[in-house]
Design a protein around this ligand. Structure first.
Ligand code: NJP
Length: 236
């Protein structure tokens, strides 16, 4: 059976890396996207060594030309994009009056515009195929807010709205849109390295990879609209 061609943004670390590794064991050719060329090609090598198939692109998803040329290259090489995992994201946490306009642009550009640009680039081939699956890694703060999180929450609410509206647009064309809303996950997203004692109860990146795998394996007639996951230690 032909492998599914799956793009994963933010694949160099954390959740994206776990998703890429997991899917590479499950009949996906994984296209790895992140800015850090060294990290992303290291993962490509690891996946290849383990018998999987991967290709890495060191690009910035906020840059329309870089996103479009990556997707063009994938379509040239493979003729299709079956799945897109919109995972890359950043957070900056401060009181609203302390944010700079650069902070605002950075968070909105990666979390919202980046998801839009990748989606826009893959949709024509999915529409032509009458099939495809777009998964968004949003956040539980797409549906609640917290102090000092105004910018991040605004970006995640926007991402949630984008994917919800998109689902209504494309489901009649055979394209699925699913969104995962995680709580705390032990990644580089928080200050410092993963694995610190106080984060021992957090979700692990592999828990989100399991959720992505489950969503993508649903039978053709089943659409999993959304999944919310929290660690037992986090009250929502
Ligand atoms: O974050 P982290 P997570 N262009 O920092 C990449 C959401 N989430 O895995 O570009 C391209 O370990 C970056 O690579 P690089 C969160 O909002 C998390 O935790 O080389 N790629 C790296 O691979 C986000 O949407 C938690 O720096 C860009 C990756 O993104 C998603 O989960 C809770 C990029 C970030 O890896 C993954 O976050 C929650 C760009 N411009 C939601 N900018 C949580 N961890 O607790 C960044 O509710 N990347």
């Amino acid at each position: 059976m032909d492998k599914l061609v799956t793009l994963i943004s933010g694949a160099s670390r954390g959740i994206g890396r776990a998703v890429a590794t997991r899917l590479s064991h499950e009949n996906h050719f994984v296209v790895l996207i992140a800015r850090n060329a060294e990290e992303i090609s290291e993962l490509e090598f690891e996946i290849d060594e383990a018998g999987g198939k991967a290709q890495s692109f060191a690009i910035d998803i906020t840059q329309p030309e870089q996103v479009q040329s990556t997707v063009d290259q994938v379509i040239k090489d493979f003729g299709r994009v079956n799945c897109l995992i919109n995972n890359a994201g950043v957070g900056i946490f401060k009181s609203a009056d302390q944010f700079s306009t650069d902070d605002w642009d950075q968070v909105m550009d990666v979390n919202v515009k980046g998801s839009f640009l990748l989606t826009k680039a893959v949709l024509p081939s999915m529409k032509a195929a009458g099939a495809g699956h777009i998964v968004g890694i949003a956040s539980d703060v797409s549906k609640r807010t917290f102090a000092n999180g105004s910018l991040y929450c605004a970006s995640k609410y926007a991402q949630h709205a984008f994917f919800e509206a998109l689902r209504r647009e494309v489901r009649s064309l055979g394209i699925k849109v699913s969104v995962i809303y995680p709580g705390l996950v032990d990644t580089y997203f928080h200050d410092g390295e993963p694995g610190q004692e106080h984060r021992s109860g957090y979700l692990q990146p592999r828990d989100i990879a399991d959720a992505v795998s489950y969503i993508l394996q649903a039978p053709k007639h089943v659409l999993i609209d959304e999944l919310m996951l929290h660690p037992m230690c986090q009250e929502w």
